[in-house]
Design a protein around this ligand. Sequence first.
Ligand SMILES: Nc1nc2c(ncn2[C@@H]2O[C@H](COP(=O)(O)OP(=O)(O)O)[C@@H](O)[C@H]2O)c(=O)[nH]1
Ligand SMILES: [Mg+2]
Length: 443
Amino acid sequence: MFSFLSQKFSGVLSWLNNKGRLTEENIDQAIGDVRNALIEADVPLNIVEAFLQEIKNEAIGKKVTTTLNPGQLFIKIVHEKLLEFLGGRNSLSAVTFQIPSVIMVMGLQGSGKTTTTAKLAHHVMEQAKQRNKKRHILLASVDFYRPAAIDQLEILAKKIGSGFYRAKAQAPVQAAQEIYGHFKEGQYDHLFLDTAGRLHIDREMMQELEQINAKLAPKHKLLVLDAMTGQESLKVAQAFDQVVPFDAAILTKMDSDTRGGAAFAFRYALHKPIAWVGVGEKIEDLENFVPERMTTRILGMGDMQTLLEKASENIDTPSQDALAKRLMDGSFTLQDFYEQIGMIDKLGSLQKISRYLPGTHNLTPDQMEKGQDEMKKFKAIISSMTAKEKYVPQVLDASRKKRIASGAGVTVQDINQLLQRFEQSKQFVKMFRKMGKLKRFFM
Ligand SMILES: Nc1nc2c(ncn2[C@@H]2O[C@H](COP(=O)(O)OP(=O)(O)O)[C@@H](O)[C@H]2O)c(=O)[nH]1
Ligand SMILES: [Mg+2]
């Protein structure tokens, strides 16, 4: 989902990470890259520009704090903005169906109306079941346009165990009224009315929907949008909204290699919720739309934001800065190494941290546990050392190692492993210093 956007953004962001400071100049550069990414992802140009303008306004004039380097600060702003555009943190579950109610499902042909209608009905029934309730649902279709469209819905109704009614009338508006009559008689809780789409926005389709809307006055109107259609889907949404204003959209086919443009543009331009997303062809493949999850996916960097917040809460800046400085002048000692491990401790378990970090999701629980154990051991070893040993580890001969091992409850091999790791970090530092990217190593 949104892999295209993610890729683009992570490209931009990794580039930013490598910059020392966020100056007006490199904001410009970054904005250019983000702009390209969004345009390539099929977000309409005017929306791209509006988005960038907001980011720019926030980025410039904001002080770079000591806990966040400029790249991270920019990530934070992009993250916040993107989240806001996609619906924010507190966006409530967008639609709750009243009882009784008619729910009209609209959209272009092939967008996934019929499938989504059944998914939704199933979802409502399942939710009721969890509360030990039962929902009496009627599915019906006025899609006389596409052959076998009504049969398709009938099959799905059987599958989910809902009611189904086939109208005798053959004209959409009359059929809708006939269906409504049946819905009332049957004392159903909800009628999900599947409508006919067309391949493109079409006058006849719109008139049908307008009339059905006028006659039945559905409590809820939902627009089904195919997320794969990118920029086009915004035009579709606007056209529908002008004729039959809808409550919320459902974005289907988010399981495919969908570009992010659809969700992004829709939210920005229409200010209407995306209530659900379709993530597959099966009945169960319907999920709530979660702006935060979407934002994270777009940025392609795990929940970096949360990590940043944690980091700025838990780690006191001076010690971090001091460590970075010691690394820089080459006086990095085992004591510093110890403090570094302590910082990781402050951030929570390795397991928790890895959830926030991109690229570490594929660490197995085993590997995590090993890492965690290793850190514990290293801490124990270092705390069993004398000051001299910590600062001049070269003095660690066999007998010293034996003494430390028994003090820390580890083996000599563990100590050797620690020393190896320590040497590796020093090598890293040298390399990074050469590349002029030292500060990054520590963040
Ligand atoms: N992968 C995937 N396919 C979907 C999704 N929703 C619908 N489809 C498929 O899209 C095609 C068209 O769906 P349909 O419900 O008949 O669309 P309608 O013409 O709008 O009623 C069907 O093959 C569905 O299985 C989805 O969320 N993911
Ligand atoms: Mg259909």
